[in-house]
Design a protein around this ligand. Structure first.
Ligand SMILES: [Zn+2]
Length: 276
C-alpha cells in the first residue's frame, strides 16, 4: 500500500517539475510568458495528468483512490487497451496489453491532448473546467500521501474556481495550452515507467525487433522495484526539492516573495535575540 502511494507521489512530482520547467522557460522563449497563476496552473495540470496513464491498473492511485468515475474509466480503459493491443500486435508481442499498454504510448498522450484542445475550441468553458478539475483533483490525490488533508475533491473544486476567478482571461485563458499540459504530464509518466520499471511501449506502433509494443526502457541497473526504497528515500525527495527550486526560479514573483519572507524571519529572530 505504501509503495503505491509513493509511486503516485513520484509521478505527480515529476509532472509538476516538467510543467514548471516548460511553463517557466519555454513559454518565455516563445514570446508569450505566463503569469504566476498560469505557470502554477500549467504545472498542476501536468502533475495530475502524470497519474492518468495508470488508469489501466486496477489498484493504481488514479483508478482506486479517486472516485466511482475513475473506477468506471478504468473498467473502460483496460478492455480498450487490450483490444488495440490485439489489433496491432506483431509476432513477438506476447503480452495482453491490459497494463502499460495504450495509455503508456506517446501517440495516445498526444491524441488525448489534441482531443482536449479540439473539444475546448468547439465547446469552450465546460471542457476547460472539467479538464482542470480532474487534473487538479488527481494532482492532490497523488500528493496526499505526503500531505494528508481534507477531501481532495472539495479542494480541487475550490482551486478550479480560483483559476477561473484569478487567472487573467479566467478559465478561457487556459484554452491555448491545456491539452499540451495534459500530453506532457502523460508523457513524463511513461518515461518515468520506462526508466524505472520494466519499460513502456512509448514508440507504439513503430516496429522494433519484430514488436510493435516494444517496451522502451533504461539500462537494467537503473530500474528499481515499484515503490521500493530507492524511490521513497531518494527519488521522491529529490523530485520534491526540484519542484521547490523550480517554483522559486520560474514562478514570477515567487523568488522575491521568498527573499522577503527570509528578511522578515531574520528581523523577527534579531528582535527576539535583542529582547533576550
Ligand atoms: Zn504507469
Amino acid at each position: 500500500m505504501v509503495g503505491r502511494k509513493v509511486l503516485g507521489v513520484s509521478h505527480a512530482l515529476s509532472g509538476a517539475a516538467l510543467g514548471l520547467g516548460v511553463a517557466g522557460f519555454a513559454a518565455g522563449w516563445s514570446g508569450a510568458p505566463l503569469d504566476a497563476g498560469g505557470v502554477l496552473t500549467f504545472a498542476a495540470v501536468c502533475a495530475g495528468a502524470a497519474l492518468l496513464p495508470d488508469l489501466d491498473h486496477p489498484s493504481s492511485m488514479a483508478t482506486a483512490r479517486f472516485s466511482w468515475a475513475s473506477v468506471v474509466a478504468g473498467r473502460a480503459v483496460r478492455p480498450l487497451s487490450a483490444l488495440v493491443y490485439r489489433l496491432t500486435r506483431a509476432p513477438r508481442d506476447t503480452g495482453r496489453g491490459t497494463h502499460r499498454g495504450l495509455t503508456h504510448t506517446a501517440l495516445f498522450a498526444v491524441g488525448v491532448g489534441a482531443a482536449i484542445n479540439a473539444a475546448s475550441a468547439a465547446w469552450g468553458a465546460p471542457v476547460l473546467l472539467g479538464t482542470l478539475f480532474v487534473c487538479i483533483a488527481l494532482a492532490i490525490k497523488g500528493l496526499d500521501a505526503i500531505v494528508p488533508g481534507p477531501p481532495s475533491l472539495l479542494i480541487a473544486a475550490g482551486l478550479t474556481y480560483a483559476v477561473g476567478a484569478w487567472m487573467p482571461g479566467g478559465v478561457d485563458g487556459t484554452a491555448g495550452w491545456l491539452g499540451t499540459a495534459v500530453t506532457l504530464g502523460m508523457l513524463v509518466h511513461s518515461v518515468g515507467d520506462a526508466v524505472t520499471e520494466s519499460g513502456a511501449p512509448l514508440l507504439w506502433p513503430l516496429p522494433i525487433r519484430r514488436r510493435r509494443w516494444y517496451p522502451v526502457g533504461g539500462p537494467r541497473p537503473l530500474r528499481m522495484r515499484t515503490g521500493g526504497r530507492v524511490e521513497t528515500m531518494l527519488v521522491a525527495p529529490a523530485l520534491a526539492l526540484a519542484v521547490f527550486l523550480l517554483v522559486l526560479l520560474v514562478v514570477p514573483g515567487a523568488g522575491d516573495l521568498a527573499l522577503d519572507l527570509r528578511d522578515r524571519v531574520g528581523d523577527l529572530l534579531a528582535a527576539r535575540s535583542g529582547d533576550g
